[in-house]
Design a protein around this ligand. Sequence first.
Ligand code: NAD
Length: 471
Amino acid sequence: MSTQTSPRLLVIGAGPAGYPAAFHAADLGMSVTLLDLDPHMGGVCLQRGCIPSKALLHIARFLEECREIEPIGVRVGTPTIELDRLRDWKQSVIRRLTGGLASLCAARRIEFIQGRAQFVSPDEVEIQTPHGTRRMPVDYALIATGSRPASLPGWPTSPRIMDSTAALDLPDIPKRLLVVGGGYIGLELGSIYTALGSRVSVVELTDGLLPGVDRSLVAPLQRRLGRRFEHIRLRTRVAAVMPEADSIRVTLEGPDGTQEETYDRVLVSVGRRPNSEQLGLDRAGIEVDERGFIRVDERRRTSHPRVWAAGDVAGEPMLAHKATYEAKIAVEAIAGRKVAYEPRAIPAVVFTDPEIAWAGLTQSEAERASRPVRIVRFPWSASGRALTLERTEGLTQWILEPESNRILGVGIVGVNAGDLLAEGALAIELGAVADDVAWTIHAHPTLSETLMEAAELASGHATHYLPSSRS
Ligand code: NAD
């Protein structure tokens, strides 16, 4: 699309899908209006998700390290936590980022409006702002309204029952915290509260933490959390919840029968739901699937020819970086470029300690599809760098195509796994084979060498590790 026509793009939602889309569209010469319910840009990720949780996980890691360094000869003493200052610092991180986005938005001459959008017809959107209502014709629109925490039906409302947003506000440090749901959010927030001093229990409906993630990657995390959390109850559900004056009573049903426990707070982290209601989608002929995700094609176009959707509202996985990527694809498509959303590798990181990170094909996916794969694993107990960090529980694995050793997937568990993952994602996107990584010089001593040595194992030997078949 030429810049002379300057098509008008309305972007609904200013999270990790919406604001990069708006910025990219403005950079391509479109005239852009960006809309959000919140007065600030950044969405859940920046304001109530990824960023505040990572700020607090940074503190949690420091607190855990203070504890763990004692046996090797450094006594730090018991750190004192000033919750008000901690909260203020976390908010200041958010403020700096939202401020930066506002400047970038203004510099691109994007119109940012706080308001709620609703389609009134396929051709018109009504925008309710704090100052009144206005209507906008739909030249092009991108829906990027994200998702919200799922709640459990029939549960009472109580300040003691928190979702991730409430938990990130750090109302206090509860003595006993129950986390319902052993997924990304439950384990990240459970780790934060454990480090701050809460006794944390997790109940998970399925038979393992982080369902769907390769068990070889989850095992080291589960072992560590097993020592740090008060209880990890699998195959367990909450049968009843009763808020009381100064606590909350919970009935748990699991393999050991029914148990009653009392907690100070409960965190519900049982997944997220797409924000596709209240947009008037039916009036615009925009279809959603049975779970509420907007149906999109490979260019992220909805069933409306001039409306696109990206991010959590357009389907799983609900990850900020996937949202940004597909939003930019959508904008490129609106600009008339020949593009499609076809990533070979979507990185995923669980920011616990140790972190779990993977991209591309997983072992569980290969098993479900009965797809033959070759898996090579390098244990961090054989890594000099891991030893110097006193963190040898990690593991790096490649999932390979058996005949060619082409890299199909990567999985890492260990400290900083999330930062190590990028090399794996790039290898998959470039169609690299194990030898490409094995014969790339990796700096010594770094954890990145575990990627190289795991790749060496594809030829049956690695410098610092002999597979059991040879030892
Ligand atoms: P999740 O899907 O990761 O985990 C939810 C867990 O709750 C699952 O293990 C599920 O089996 C369990 N569960 C469901 N109903 C239950 C019940 N009644 N009782 C006990 N357990 C129950 O969801 P989440 O942790 O809420 O996170 C939501 C989404 O947010 C994730 O899918 C992820 O995409 C995104 N997220 C990503 C990150 C990250 O990238 N680091 C961090 C947080 C959230």
